[in-house]
Design a protein around this ligand. Structure first.
Ligand code: IPD
Ligand code: CA
Length: 160
């Protein structure tokens, strides 16, 4: 491209004196390399990249695949990250599992490391643990969350 130096790929950087992250300082999100790599399967939000490979499977399958790739299942921690997840779900017209569940203790949703969630975007009436078998979390194309059986087969969405 002709947009000048955007910094090097992989330079995620820590926040410096400017208060901006390395990505923001270098405008990596606008680099033609990132635009190409994230089309149409990924989204960059700050220092996080959400990416699907198109694979579909149950929660355990998807969790394992993300970890083997060096990432983890998407775990949006704020509205901006959830909007990125929503956009990928919408584009592919398939819902995804998050890296969030209440397998350990019914009603207590945690990240994969067991810590309690700091953000949620439940659909009204959810989570309802329908039929007593819903311990995983799917995202609809509206961006809203529903607890769902971990045995469902949904689209993979990892974060890196
Ligand atoms: C269920 C309903 C319910 C939701 C469950 C779903 P189903 O779908 O949409 O509102 O809370 O998670 O499984 O079983 O009626 O097709
Ligand atoms: Ca439910």
């Amino acid at each position: 491209g002709s947009q000048g130096d955007k910094g090097s790929i992989g330079d995620k950087g820590t926040k410096g004196d400017s208060g901006l992250s390395g990505n923001q300082q270098n405008n990596l999100e606008l680099s033609p390399y990132f635009l190409a790599l994230t089309f149409p399967n990924g989204k960059i939000v700050g220092d996080k990249i959400f990416m699907t490979s198109g694979y579909e499977g149950n929660f355990d399958d998807l969790k394992k695949k993300c970890m083997q790739a060096g990432g983890q299942l998407a775990s949006p921690r704020n509205n901006e990250e959830n909007a990125a997840v929503q956009q990928i779900v919408f584009t592919h017209d398939k819902s995804v599992f998050l890296g969030i569940n209440d397998i350990q203790t019914e009603g207590k949703f945690t990240y994969l490391d067991g810590k309690p969630i700091v953000y949620s975007n439940w659909q009204p009436g959810e989570p309802n643990n329908d039929k007593g078998i819903e311990d995983c979390v799917q995202v609809f194309s509206t961006g809203k969350w529903n607890d769902k059986s971990c045995d469902e087969r949904l689209l993979i969405l990892c974060e890196f």
